[in-house]
Design a protein around this ligand. Structure first.
Ligand code: SF4
Length: 376
């Protein structure tokens, strides 16, 4: 561990867009091997470890980089209720994933707390165990708008901790970014409710877009310094096909670290585990830490261990995928758990995703799944 003055840069090679191979389902025999080892690997030796579960495609915010109003306006058609996976279907899929090595579940959306009776689902998921009989790590990412009302019920149901998206402490900047005039103060009350309920450690995710909220980075760090809340600064990405991403919009994490370090010195910290997405920095005076997620300038595809389950039951093996593989049909047509596990294992074992390693201005224009549909 040593003090750093900046984050090393990374040149992103200019090569063509990725291709996704068709999944090759495993036989029941090979599936048995997978289960015994609990370490399902893709061709780059990346383990299936995290499952992100989108429980709704709806959100009460219209963040300009995620659900811009001109696309997700009043006429936008969200999924009908019968297209959504039921709580039983989600829990069954999560249980099968756990048998294949998944140890961490993150509920996302849209805004997941808008899904009716969410604590019931959390209660069901909290009962799941890994093959070695430990509970799965269960967390949730939210915009924080409903936490004052819901934090305690979520905790009581079995949620362990929470991540809140908050893009600025500056009220005018935040209201403009969420585009529904939602105030910072209400999100802060939600964070306080999460802390009071014991959904800790609470993390705050701030997407940093140059020229929009980059001037409020230090203010964000200062606000949460010494509170136990860990802020993670995320480089602005070309998620979906609607956010108008340009490389010029990205404030590299090294600049974020440098800006905060200039005000209050930072020291690099080792990751909690291999493959941790956020690079950790602690305050030299011992008052907490921050993280930076350098999705653009330091691609972490080589350790990416996440699969994403969409609201309507498709699996995406990359945030930037252009299509997913339908599991809802299997969950509803009488297929066995082994059938579902075999398809998931086969999908993972041919996975070649590495979008952030090959991102260019041209790939940014390609059709990709919308983040509001599979979570971030
Ligand atoms: S671009 Fe895809 S493969 Fe790379 S880290 Fe992101 S989700 Fe994982």
């Amino acid at each position: 561990m040593g003090e750093r003055s900046n984050v090393p840069g990374k040149v992103i090679p200019l090569i063509a867009a990725r291709t996704l191979n068709a999944p090759q389902p495993l036989s029941a025999q090979s599936l048995g091997t997978v289960r015994a080892s609990s370490s399902l690997l893709d061709p780059r030796q990346r383990r299936l470890h995290d499952l992100r579960i989108s429980v709704t495609d709806k959100c009460n915010f219209r963040c300009t980089y995620c659900m811009p109003k001109d696309v997700f306006g009043p006429g936008y058609k969200f999924l009908p209720h019968d297209a959504l996976l039921s709580f039983e279907e989600i829990t069954r899929f999560a249980k099968i994933s756990g048998q294949l090595g998944v140890e961490k579940l993150r509920l996302t959306g849209g805004e997941p707390t808008l899904r009716r009776n969410l604590p019931t689902l959390i209660g069901m998921l909290s009962l799941l165990r890994t093959p070695s009989d430990t509970p799965l790590d269960l967390t949730l990412t939210t915009n924080g708008s409903t936490l004052v009302k819901q934090a305690k019920a979520l905790k009581d149901a079995g949620l362990q901790r929470i991540t809140v998206s908050l893009d600025s402490m500056n009220d005018a900047v935040f209201r403009a970014m969420n585009d529904v005039d939602f105030p910072v103060a209400d999100v802060l009350r939600g964070i306080d409710a999460a802390l009071a309920a014991g959904l800790t450690p609470v993390k705050v995710n701030m997407v940093v877009k140059r020229g929009v909220n980059d001037h409020t980075v230090v203010e964000m760090a200062k606000h949460f310094k010494g509170t136990g809340v860990v802020v993670r600064f995320i480089e602005f990405m070309d998620v979906g096909a609607t956010n108008g991403w340009r490389m010029d919009d990205v404030m590299p994490s090294r600049d974020v670290v440098a800006a905060i370090h200039a005000v209050t010195p930072l020291v690099a910290v080792d990751p909690h585990y291999e493959g941790e997405v956020a690079e950790r920095w602690r305050y030299a005076d011992g008052t907490g830490e921050i993280g930076v997620i350098s999705s653009v300038t330091q691609a972490f595809c080589s350790t990416c261990s996440r699969a994403r389950l969409s609201t309507d039951g498709k699996i995406y093996t990359c945030l930037f995928a252009d299509h997913g593989v339908d599991f809802r049909k299997l969950l509803r047509d009488g297929s066995s758990d082994d059938d579902i596990a075999a398809l998931l294992a086969g999908l993972w074992q041919v996975r070649t995703d590495r979008y952030s390693e090959i991102r260019t201005a041209d790939t940014a224009k390609l059709r990709k799944v919308e983040m509001s549909y599979i979570g971030g």
